[in-house]
Design a protein around this ligand. Sequence first.
Ligand code: CP3
Length: 343
Amino acid sequence: MQDSLFLRAAFSKSTERPPVWMMRQAGRFMPEYWEIKNKYSFLEMCKTPEIAADVTMLPVDLLGIDAAILFSDILVTGEAMGGDLSFTQGVGPKFANPVRSQADVDKLLTDVDDKLQYVADAIKVIQQRLNGKIPLIGFAGAPFTVMSYLVEGGSSKDFKLTKLMLHNHPEMAHALLAKIAKVTINYLNLQIDAGVNAVQLFDSWALALSWDDYHEFSHRYNKQIIEGLNRKDVPVISFCKGSSVFAPIMAEAKPDVVSIDWNADLLDIKKKLPAGMAVQGNLDPHILYAEKHVIKDRIHRLFERMRGEDGFIFNLGHGIMPDIPFDNVKYAVELVKEFRYEV
Ligand code: CP3
């Protein structure tokens, strides 16, 4: 397994081509996902190991990607802590009991490994199905991003309530973030113990934060988490939207890979990181809506830019949107897999 393209690239070893996987590869852009989704609720899918394994395997079987990602959600930690979580079609995630006061923070549980055991069970089933073919990536939400859902009670455009808590009640925000961080360390270690080959920390909404707030309310906890992992030979990938600006700070937490949004030039970012730290990214997912010649041109441009660089995992700058044509995703994966640098 350590010889797989993905793990070699994650540890900045040389590969004959960049490995490819895509955030949200196990999702709604696949008709086969809907066949399963129409029978179960999203949380039922996450909590039933056989179904979670079926969905994890869809992009392995249909796209031939170089790494699988566990089918789950970043919000399962918030649920295990006491959040009343539901997912409704067209509405997205909701917490019916948002965290708005110190009393709400105090009520949240932190000893929740038992409640997340279904994830360990799913990982074991998935690894049996993968049978050593490609690595499996586990993941968790970063404290700031999970906090934003707990405080807002769902998705948000401006994170108004979350930022008000940071600014008016920083001690309350820190108490909440510290609790989520503790749960996240245990949760990722539970995934590592169950057999994942890599882990990714998703701080999707860090881009909402100013430079100082990012240090105080996001980076500090992400660093704690990365330091608390029993990494062994499991690489850690740190993702955030906002990484074009925050990547050098993200690197201070010492992940093995920094996953970059699509705003920055990937090579410029890589040069700002310590030697031996890999990058992942960073195609604008909207390119996958475009015509095939555009997709080809942009992927080849990115590869040309990264010529000669070890430690490059091809991915999108953020997740695949549900209405991106499946054929375009498949085409992009095939392009990457056929690619070889000409000497
Ligand atoms: O990447 C994968 O394919 C693995 C599974 C995965 C899901 N969510 C499945 C999912 C992963 C890694 C996530 C992470 C996640 N979840 C993030 C971070 C990544 C990112 O995109 O920024 C966030 C912010 C969430 C929270 C979340 N979950 C939202 C906002 C929504 C609804 C809206 C949306 O964009 O889909 C979900 C639901 C969700 N998570 C679905 C899937 C396949 C759709 C559920 C359905 O079928 O209705």
